[in-house]
Design a protein around this ligand. Sequence first.
Ligand SMILES: *[C@@H]1O[C@H](CO)[C@@H](O)[C@H](O)[C@H]1NC(C)=O
Ligand SMILES: *[C@@H]1O[C@H](CO)[C@@H](O)[C@H](O)[C@H]1NC(C)=O
Ligand SMILES: *[C@@H]1O[C@H](CO)[C@@H](O)[C@H](O)[C@H]1NC(C)=O
Ligand SMILES: *[C@@H]1O[C@H](CO)[C@@H](O)[C@H](O)[C@H]1NC(C)=O
Ligand SMILES: *[C@@H]1O[C@H](CO)[C@@H](O)[C@H](O)[C@H]1NC(C)=O
Ligand SMILES: *[C@@H]1O[C@H](CO)[C@@H](O)[C@H](O)[C@H]1NC(C)=O
Ligand SMILES: *[C@@H]1O[C@H](CO)[C@@H](O)[C@H](O)[C@H]1NC(C)=O
Length: 683
Amino acid sequence: MNMHQPCFLQYLLLILVPLLLSASAYDRSGEFIFDGFSGNDLITMDAASVTNGLLSLTSGQKELRGHAFYAFPLDFTSAAVPNSSAVLSFSTTFVFAIIGPYDDLSGHGLAFVLSSTNDLFTALPSQYLGLLNSWNDGNSSNHLLAIELDTIQSTQFNDINDNHIGIDINSLSSVASHTAGYYTSNGEFHPLKLISRKPMQVWVDYDSNHIMLNVTIAPYFMSSTKPSRPLLSTIFNLSSILPTATVYAGFSSATGTLNCKHYVLGWSFKLNGEAASLNYSALSVKTIQELAQQVPTSDHPGSYKVLICKILLPIVAIFVLVSAVLVKVHMKRRSQERAELDWQREYGPPSFTYKELLAATHGFKDKMLLGRGGFGSVYKGVMPISKQIAAIKRVSPESRQGMREFMAEITILGHLRHRNLVQLIGYCSHKQHLLLVYDYMPNGSLDCYLHTQDHGNTNLCWAQRFHIIKGIGIASGLFYLHEDWEQVVIHRDIKTSNVLLDSEMNARLGDFGLARSHDHGADAHTTHVAGTYGYIAPELARLGKATKATDIFAFGVLMMEVTCAIRPIWVNTTDGEPLALADWVLAAWQGGSITDAVDPRLDSYVDEEIELVLKLGLLCSHPSPNARPCMRLVMQYLQSDTPLPSDFQPNSLLSIGVIQDEMHDQRAMSCPSAAITDLSKGR
Ligand SMILES: *[C@@H]1O[C@H](CO)[C@@H](O)[C@H](O)[C@H]1NC(C)=O
Ligand SMILES: *[C@@H]1O[C@H](CO)[C@@H](O)[C@H](O)[C@H]1NC(C)=O
Ligand SMILES: *[C@@H]1O[C@H](CO)[C@@H](O)[C@H](O)[C@H]1NC(C)=O
Ligand SMILES: *[C@@H]1O[C@H](CO)[C@@H](O)[C@H](O)[C@H]1NC(C)=O
Ligand SMILES: *[C@@H]1O[C@H](CO)[C@@H](O)[C@H](O)[C@H]1NC(C)=O
Ligand SMILES: *[C@@H]1O[C@H](CO)[C@@H](O)[C@H](O)[C@H]1NC(C)=O
Ligand SMILES: *[C@@H]1O[C@H](CO)[C@@H](O)[C@H](O)[C@H]1NC(C)=O
């Protein structure tokens, strides 16, 4: 038998220990204390959580509610007073802090709650403090007592101000309320600011014999001595609202349009007796002070705060709502547009917002205007963020082609990168307008240097002109477009006004590929053709099909123009007859010295170079596309790697020139490497 006794005891202990433990956890004494929170014995819901010893009721987000309840229901109808339907007295105290974004504005506050339920699922945030909602506010079946620390004045609930403490019974319209503060022993009232970001302590005491409910608040550092006179003292028989054996005690909080944090640092509660005082040295006051310091101090004029709460906030709310709807509608439309051009987003150049471009050009002011053309206008702009100077071309609606076609082009052009091409850095499509953003070329266009007398001093010398034409110049850029890039790009509008000069006077070909956009706009078309008539190859005028050969024709004219500083078509001032530049150069050649055609402003040059450029210009602008060399060959001629064909003489040009109108079979020029591809057909 003796052997069995220890076994029996062990067995007994095994059964009893869990029971004892659970009995201590389920505190039937109706007394508990949280000297700082660890998460034990506490149910947190919604935005509430326990961190660093703090009970954080709201997380700093807007329009949120947070709830935390002591894990075990309390029996207010205790057997201590048998056969009585009256609820017990209770006493509680807690330390809280509110940390909002502004000195004078905050979220909606927090409340100590006694409720027949801990399921406040239907409760609303904002002025409802996460306690009630619009249809159950005031209903006696709520069985709810709340001590609200209210930091926003809600006229709906007849709040006295935005810094008050109220006793709420089944409703957020308080049965009693007072501006937050405390009375000193000599009866003086000291107001407290609930949202001062400083910890404060609250006491709530109910005496069931005198059915008296007292609420007291004091700054945290005074808290060892509770003010003897309560802030609120009201007669109310709580038996009518908390008659049940299960009453949940806890806290509720809510934010509105401001992101505000509500904390509880410590909490002590006792039924039928005075709550034990908190162990202040165990509370995370330091953490609160640190959190308060992290908030940037903001000037928020106090005189405006009522205005802001009552007038501005509703207006802002309505505005936000309306703009949200508008944005949604806009996004839907945009997403449709986008989905269609999905591939573009992945590969194309970046798009800018219209607002950015508007800011960059000061609203497309005339003082930012760089030039106008048949396509629209070009503005100088400073991009808002990068401060990069850009040329922004606004293509007029009538010269715009279909969106899809345009996007295909933008995508291709965005990928072209060459030191002799003006880089397209982005685009924007706004209503009817299309905006293209290019690298800004500080020295303007080549035609200004050739044909404007103002440039007297900055007259380009031959070395500069040869540089512009040759190796690291337009020829190089055009070679890249025609032969060197993965796809053949036809420029369609080579002319001196489309040759731009960077800060080191390097030539860059601009506007490539977009000439086609003029084809559909009748007005732009006319302007365009009139302005650049001399560059148009005969077969282009006749058949309207741009090819590499038509680009080379224009390039030939351009070479002669740069050398002679004469426009492709000019008017003989003596007889008023128009004259083609090519004919003028050809006449000089026939006259025995092609160098006679050179710009008289040039004083020193190499005769052979002039001769080469002019003859090559004539060859490139040959009336027959088949006779024109491809860009690869042009490059070789310009570098003097290959001599010009010996059979190329003035007579060969003259004989063809006469019969050019008779040519019907316009076969594309033959360059072995690449087929002629129209950009719009893509790959
Ligand atoms: C409580 O009520 C029960 C019956 O309702 C009665 O038997 C009992 O004596 C009462 N106890 C006291 C202390 O009044
Ligand atoms: C409070 O109400 C309860 C139940 O209605 C009642 O039994 C009790 O006597 C009331 N207390 C006072 C002090 O009137
Ligand atoms: C109060 O709430 C109860 C239960 O939710 C409901 O049946 C009753 O109609 C409500 N009373 C009023 C006046 O709304
Ligand atoms: C409530 O406050 C009054 C003084 O206003 C005091 O006489 C009474 O004892 C207090 N009751 C409790 C429960 O603290
Ligand atoms: C109060 O808290 C401190 C720090 O946690 C602890 O050292 C001290 O023992 C506590 N005092 C009491 C009376 O519990
Ligand atoms: C070209 O631009 C640079 C920088 O803007 C300037 O210094 C230079 O004088 C310009 N050259 C001519 C010929 O205008
Ligand atoms: C201009 O016209 C006059 C008169 O017809 C003619 O003599 C002259 O050669 C022409 N000039 C040129 C450059 O063709």
